[in-house]
Design a binder for this molecule. Structure first.
Ligand SMILES: Cc1ncc(COP(=O)(O)O)c(C=O)c1O
Length: 373
């Protein structure tokens, strides 16, 4: 499926989409074309570039089912978007933020850094429980202002029931923030169904885009709650009027983009998402889950050799499978896999495999055979 789009070196088995993905052929072509255009005519066609930027916001809107593309900002990365939220909200001493014990540092340190404002971070233990959502909800109380979780945990691959968490937040009048970098592009994602207020995801993992361009969704009705910390021309309602002393910030999420956009990244991600749309996110999700299931089954059939870290129930994972080898260290298995160009990662206390929808089953099977030496 779409193997033409991913003409990876034959020696490489790419099971590392949860880290940094390869680009599809069309993305490489789009960037080359953009570079050539810059070489021969500079920004002559800038209005067309802006049209691509607009189209990208619409692609992202559709991918996450946002009500409007005005709720989509294009930022640098997930961490920047989390910082826009954390440093935009008007905190009061005694406020708390709830996160989980499995979060990537970006979704932990930014909240911990608010300690200087008297804000404390409460950490829900979601490891070793069948009901991680309940463990999280149990920590929400009248001091809590915001819950921030990953849609899919980078280490264990655990997928949370965002609709349940979103409803719990809405019921209590709390803000709900979702770091969705390990979910969007691998599975269906619906900001309205899960009642998220803020969602962020860089392009370079499951969306198959480059690093340095990220989606930041901000629900229209909470936009005003975020104080702006960066200012410039691009974020103004009338960004083409350079002499207006009576400026106002954009009513849309463009208000979070202070200056010139990352046009190279925009062209690249626009191309990557055209592949996602063409394939269909439902089909991608199904294929991602089939690959995950294939790995899980393989490992489960060898309980004397491997211990699974990723939960096996289908609603509890997306594209990540992490496990521990029982007869060697994860580090030595990881090194041996990399020496064979089987690209994977050391995460969550084990070896993490993350194939994407297009990963050929044959390659996946050969890689799994290598796990046993
Ligand atoms: C769950 C999660 N959040 C955030 C990040 C970092 O994202 P960015 O580099 O876009 O800030 C990662 C990267 O691995 C991640 O897995």
């Amino acid at each position: 499926m779409h193997e033409n789009e991913f003409p990876l070196d034959d020696a490489i088995t790419y099971l590392n989409h949860a880290a940094v993905s390869p680009w599809p052929r069309r993305t490489v072509n789009a960037v080359k074309q953009f570079a050539d255009e810059n070489l021969t005519s500079g920004s002559l066609h800038y209005p067309r570039w802006v049209a691509t930027e607009t189209a990208l916001r619409e692609q992202l809107q559709s991918l996450i089912n946002a009500e409007s593309s005005d709720e989509i900002a294009l930022l640098k990365n997930t961490s920047e978007a989390l910082s826009v939220v954390a440093y935009g909200l008007p905190w009061q001493t005694g406020d708390t933020v709830v996160i989980t014990d499995q979060e990537f540092p970006s979704n932990r340190v930014v909240w911990e850094s608010l300690q200087k404002y008297g804000v404390s971070t409460r950490v829900a233990t979601i490891s070793d429980t069948e009901t991680p959502e309940q463990a999280i909800i149990d920590l929400l109380d009248n001091r809590t202002r915001l819950l921030s979780v990953s849609a899919v945990q980078y280490g264990t691959g655990l997928k949370l029931d965002l609709a349940l968490l979103g409803a719990a937040c809405r019921d209590r009048g709390l803000l709900f923030c979702v770091d969705a970098i390990q979910g969007i592009g691998a599975m269906r994602f619906d900001v309205q169904a899960c009642q998220a207020d803020f969602v962020m995801a860089d392009a370079h993992k499951w969306m198959l885009g480059p690093e340095g361009i990220a989606l930041f969704y901000c629900r229209a009705v909470v936009m005003e709650q975020l104080d702006l910390k960066q200012y410039g021309w691009h974020m103004l309602e009338d960004s083409s009027n350079y002499t207006n002393n009576d400026w106002e910030v954009a009513r849309s999420a463009r208000r979070f983009e202070c200056g010139s956009p990352n046009m190279t990244g925009i062209h690249a991600l626009h191309a990557s998402l055209s592949l996602v749309a063409e394939t269909g996110i439902e089909a991608i999700e199904q294929r991602v889950l089939e690959n995950t299931r294939f790995i899980l089954d393989y490992l489960q059939q060898r309980p004397d050799r491997f211990q699974l870290i990723t939960p096996v129930a289908e609603h509890r994972h997306a594209g990540i499978v992490t496990f521990c080898p029982l007869h060697e260290t994860p580090e030595s298995l990881f090194e041996s896999l990399w020496s064979q160009h089987i690209m994977c990662a050391l995460r969550g206390g084990g070896v993490r495999l993350s194939p994407h929808f297009y990963t050929p089953r044959k390659r996946l099977f050969s890689a799994l055979e290598q796990l046993e030496g």
